[in-house]
Design a protein around this ligand. Structure first.
Ligand SMILES: [Zn+2]
Length: 407
């Protein structure tokens, strides 16, 4: 479109600015950005308050398009600043094809901002085209069509806004309504939202015998699990406490630590606990090759089996890493994968009160899998409280991960 055409569009502009228009980058394809901005200029006029974020500002071509179209109120924001500004947005445009759904887009939905997006994969699925957002191919006419509809029809805009919030909350929980959060909290919440979304997707297609976070169970049972052992000083303490409550647990052991303390591995097994695999040397599975990942699992299995104790082919990825290597490598080694759904962060506690405070905020339910480590003094001191909470009013049982899965 020529400059003359834009000038004529400018004089055509019928509407005063209503709120702000957000533009989400990065926009590598300047043509798409041009289409979106030309539509904004046409519908809202050059006085429209533009809020542009996501690396568009680093491109001189963007500034050129903005000034060509005669926009006078232009703010380039960082993603964190953009999130704080979301509540001011009338609409958010995502002009360029994205490889994934950007966090800001989900945040905007949570804030009830209608979205007009070009070529974001899975966007239709998230926003349900026409309900909480609009998926367009990226021409000026298409952006313009939906901008006009939204700005002319307040009822439609409000309905789309409500549906956007509803969709975001349905997918990511109430916690995504982050209007009161700091930008760091917002960032963490959005990435949690992504992770939850991916986990939900995987969860629906992978049988629970291969992968689980918790168990659907009819019995009132919970599994307490211990990672990163055996520890020469603390694991005997854990065993003493478990035996005083007469409960069974699952130990996800590290192969190299089992090698160093085989007698403790024997004691764990002799007490009737379940022994499972947490890799040989606790690497980030996202940072090793698939071959190395498989080696880590097989080597840990070899170490534990070599001690001559019962071994269960259950694997928990180090750091709870969730990715293709963390899942594929155990599956290729005939192990099921068990994460957890309750994390009491005992590994980083300096005092038992920190763990107990977290425990007090946690509602435990039948089928839960509790992540614990028991490899520092604070976690040993808090362990009786954890077990008592897991046992509930006395009608709940603590069992191993395999027993929980079988119930
Ligand atoms: Zn670990």
């Amino acid at each position: 479109m020529s400059l003359e055409t834009f000038k004529s569009l400018e004089t055509d502009a019928r509407r005063p600015t209503q709120g702000s228009v957000g533009i989400l980058g990065p926009v590598r394809d300047q043509k798409c950005l041009h289409s979106a901005l030309a539509a904004v200029a046409h519908v809202f006029g050059p006085q429209a308050n533009l809020i542009i974020s996501g690396g568009c500002d680093s491109s001189p071509a963007t500034s050129q398009i903005v000034s060509q179209l005669g926009f006078v109120n232009v703010n380039f924001l960082t993603p964190a600043e953009m999130w704080l500004a979301l509540s001011e947005l009338e609409v958010l445009l995502v002009p360029a094809p994205e490889r994934s759904i950007p966090a800001t887009l989900l945040e905007a939905m949570g804030a009830g901002v209608p979205i007009i997006a070009a070529g974001v994969p899975h966007f239709s699925e998230f926003a349900e085209h026409g309900k909480s957002g609009f998926l367009v191919r990226g021409s000026t006419q298409e952006f313009q069509r939906w901008l006009e509809k939204l700005s002319e029809n307040r009822e439609l805009r409000d309905r789309v806004s409500r549906q956007a919030r509803k969709n975001a909350i349905a997918r990511f929980g109430q916690s995504l309504s982050t209007t009161c959060m700091s930008s760091e909290d917002r960032s963490a919440t959005a990435s949690r939202g992504f992770r939850k979304c991916i986990k939900d997707a995987v969860d629906t297609i992978v049988p629970s015998a291969m992968l689980r976070w918790r168990s659907k169970t009819r019995r009132n049972e919970i599994a307490v699990t211990f990672d990163d052992g055996p520890h020469p000083q603390y694991t005997p303490e854990v065993l003493r406490i478990l035996s005083s409550y007469r409960i069974r647990a699952t130990f996800f052991l590290l192969g190299n630590r089992a090698e160093e303390s085989p007698e403790i591995v024997t004691r764990i097994a002799d007490a009737g606990h379940e022994i499972a695999n947490h890799s040989y040397s606790h690497p980030y599975f996202s940072k090793v090759t698939l071959e190395r990942a498989k080696w880590e699992i097989r080597e840990a299995e070899r170490c534990v089996s070599g001690i001559g104790v019962p071994y269960h082919r259950i694997f928990r990825p180090p750091f709870g890493n969730f990715g293709h290597r963390s899942l594929l490598s155990p599956w290729l080694c005939s192990h099921s994968v068990v994460y957890w759904n309750v994390d009491l962060k005992d590994y980083r506690a300096n005092h038992k009160s920190e763990i107990e405070a977290l425990l007090a905020k946690t509602v435990l339910c039948a089928g839960d899998v509790i992540l614990y480590h028991g490899v520092n003094s604070a976690s040993i001191a808090a362990l009786p409280s954890v077990i008592e909470a897991a046992l509930g009013a006395g009608d709940r049982k603590c069992v191993t991960v395999s027993q929980l899965a079988a119930s």
